[in-house]
Write a protein that binds this ligand. Sequence first.
Ligand code: NAI
Length: 376
Amino acid sequence: MLRNTAAIAQKNTTLLKILGSTRSISNQPTIGRFTGKTNSSGTYTVPFIEGDGVGPEISKSVKDIFSAANVPIQWQPCDVGPIFVNGLTTIPEPAVKAIKESLVALKGPLATPVGKGHRSLNLTLRKTFDLFANVRPAKSVPNYKSTYENVDLVLIRENTEGEYSGIEHIVTPGVVQSIKLITREASEKVIRYAYEYAIAVGRPRLIVVHKSTIQRLGDGLFVQIANELQSEYPSIKLETQILDNTVLNVVSNPTLYKDAVSVCPNLYGDILSDLNSGLSAGSLGLTPSANIGDKVSIFEAVHGSAPDIAGQNKANPTALLLSSVMMLNHMGLEEHASRIENAVLSTIASGPESRTGDLGGSATTSSFTECVIKKL
Ligand code: NAI
């Protein structure tokens, strides 16, 4: 139990000063706010999709740490699938019901078969719950040196359409058409959220990353909507940047984006956010994300199922842990969030013997987890 909340909060504040600010925010945008309630015993029920490959190993780490930290959450195992209705990939009804009731879920990585089999379950989940914004912060870890230092980037990716609409057909043998769908409705939702997020985290610049020089209508509409909404958010300075410029700028000097939030259509966001992860940490094993919807939000690591290291006790659970920290902040459990975040970061900061292999260390998933628990 948290015996002395004030003392722990004080200790966390001190640790935060040492380790830098949180990756996630305790100040939440008004859009997509969590409205879930605890049950009669004061705990929240949260569906947990453990996922494929390294998913069960990193999920166990989260469960062990949450249990040691006495977080008031009861995990509900959640199987997403897949089932087919009229030839379309869908999420099983019990999973949909559980997530709709809890309004929040934590998710491990889900593998997607290449070129055959079911449609991406990640896409299906985003569509099923209209998770329109994917928030991906990428921040350097204190006392862990990667190629770049002091990286602190936040990218918000449109999450439901664009190049991921899944509308493709063969026009004639050898000619395939893939449709990039941009709608006013989805663009407005994600751009509004990005403005609100920038205000919530105190970053005065919103950068719309686009390629409207080529995709004149699609990206043109995205940029136009950002311009239209600007008058509603006068404290935020809107900038537009062509994707290639952003890529060059970000690898040349990531600190140019320290006071900004970037927002972009789906595919650009997918690629740029992996670049950001590489710049901040040199590993996908550290980057968390939040999929925000109007009612439901799902939190997940940016990385995939890492089949090359699955079942070997080698995976770094940090990205899923930091995603769970974002989830706790979203749910208003900020004290638990900062306590776990600090324990994770100070474990990585302790040195190579407590880091997993992707960070050049010798720790296993389970020894890393034990170390985090000791630091709670
Ligand atoms: P991946 O992210 O699984 O792996 C890329 C590289 O990063 C591998 O070398 C892997 O070992 C390493 N890595 C990833 N996570 C790590 C961790 N926690 N600790 C240490 N090293 C880690 O990407 P890949 O191989 O392209 O995809 C594998 C599968 O995952 C595919 O089926 C793909 O569709 C799926 N995927 C799922 C995602 C999701 O559920 N959100 C996101 C990305 C991919």
